[in-house]
Design a binder for this molecule. Structure first.
Ligand SMILES: [Fe+2]
Length: 416
């Protein structure tokens, strides 16, 4: 695990467990009012997007909040795959409403938007101040934020248990985010029944996001390879705590993936639990190359649209933008820790321990695009994809191997 020798070499020998509060189980969304009350809420901003806003989840939550005598104001203009502009719009709503607590209901876009809205309403600043360097100034969040109850309705993202909010900075054509332990929701309320009505394509895309969170946390650079220094970063690298969540998320997620896509409610319950475990793991260890590449893949999209998602705008769903890179990324990292790659592959059902092949098999079974060509990219796009990825320093530095421009060219060519 770790040893005192690390101290002698000025290497990190400790890891932190910043666990989230989680309530998991069917119909728990109906408890949101009681949880909000116990957090001291009297006036709540309820964040969602237009599509989720039409579903019964939001009316259920609203009723529960009203039954607890809490005032509710609805913001249903969350942009799926948020931008700096959509974050700012949400923050204006949050500032004007003078709320003492927040509830978010939806996918990662909604939960992330709620985190950002609460941040800029509570500690106003220029937008780029809190955004990760080098795109932004990477300033620390100055203090605690009001309570936030995050209620995921997809079995993916893990945003409900992390301190990360991701967005596109439109003028810079860069996908980046804000990372601070203070953005972590006060409570994750995970009601797997919310996933029962999701289209199969959405379950497939978000399910691959879950598997990649687990795989990237498990194969990230070891926490003990960092130099010692306080405060410890949010993304500590693979550590004994995140390994527990990663392994179990892979096992449960892998076993239930195909059934969950095909609509089994029992399998969707299990996938939601795997997503929660993977979220806890990656909130603690951090992800690396596939997610770093995904920012560019999603940000530079031309005309790809996926069934099951809004069709108005071209968009590569987050989980797909991640998993199309994953086989190439794990071929690249396999030599750094063959044992971990083999264990992960075997958990996912590849008897020869080939992680990239295990993923490609599952991608075909779930009918998601296998490789970058299938989401509309060609070799000519590689320089732009590399440029959009090289700025993801926080993620790339969590990889088990050094990644520069030459390596990224190889990685993207391998993903075509
Ligand atoms: Fe993700």
């Amino acid at each position: 695990m770790t040893c005192a020798h690390g101290l002698l070499q000025n290497h990190e020998a400790a890891f932190a467990i910043d666990a989230s509060r989680i309530v998991f189980g069917p119909r728990t969304l109906d408890e949101v009012g009681e949880h909000a009350k116990s957090l001291g809420a009297k006036r709540v901003a309820l964040f969602t997007d237009r599509a989720v806003g039409k579903l019964e989840h939001v009316s259920r939550a609203r009723k529960s909040l009203q039954n607890a005598n809490i005032d509710v104001a609805l913001y249903d203009a969350v942009h799926v795959e948020p931008t700096d502009a959509s974050f700012i719009d949400a923050a204006l709503f949050a500032k004007e409403g003078r709320f003492d607590a927040y509830v978010s209901i939806g996918g990662g876009s909604t939960i992330d938007t709620c985190k950002a809205a609460s941040l800029y309403a509570t500690f106003p600043a220029d937008f780029l101040d809190y955004v990760n360097a080098p795109v932004g100034a990477g300033k620390p969040v100055p203090g605690a934020l009001p309570p936030h109850i995050a209620c995921p309705t997809t079995c993916g993202t893990g945003s409900e248990t992390t301190g990360i909010a991701v967005c596109d900075v439109l003028a810079l054509k860069a996908k980046t985010g804000i990372a601070s332990a203070r953005l972590r929701p006060s409570l994750a309320l995970v009601d797997p029944t919310c996933t029962y009505t999701l289209p199969p394509e959405v379950v497939a895309a978000s399910g691959f996001d879950v598997l990649c969170h687990a795989l990237e946390s498990f194969t990230a650079r070891a926490f003990s390879s960092r130099a010692y220094g306080l405060p410890r970063p949010l993304s500590q690298g693979a550590n004994p705590w995140s390994d527990i969540g990663s392994r179990e998320a892979l096992r449960i997620g892998g076993e239930n993936f195909v059934d969950a896509v095909q609509g089994s409610e029992r399998a969707r319950d299990q996938l939601a639990w795997a997503a929660t475990l993977a979220g806890v793991a990656f909130g603690n260890a951090g992800v690396h190359i596939p997610h770093a590449m995904a920012y560019a893949v999603a940000g530079l999209v031309r005309d790809f649209r996926m069934k099951g998602y809004p069709q108005e705008e071209a968009m590569v769903p987050h989980g797909v933008s991640v998993v199309v890179n994953a086989p190439s990324a794990f071929r690249f990292t396999a030599g750094t820790n063959p044992e971990r790659h083999r264990i992960a592959a075997e958990i996912l059902g590849d008897r020869d321990g080939d992680l990239s092949r295990a993923l490609e098999t599952l991608m075909r079974k779930a009918s998601v695009p296998v490789g970058l060509r299938e989401v509309g990219y060609t070799r000519d796009d590689v320089p732009a994809l590399v440029k959009g990825t090289i700025v993801q320093k926080r993620l790339l530095s969590n990889a088990p191997r050094d990644v520069g421009e030459a390596e990224l060219v190889e990685l993207f060519e391998g993903a075509l």
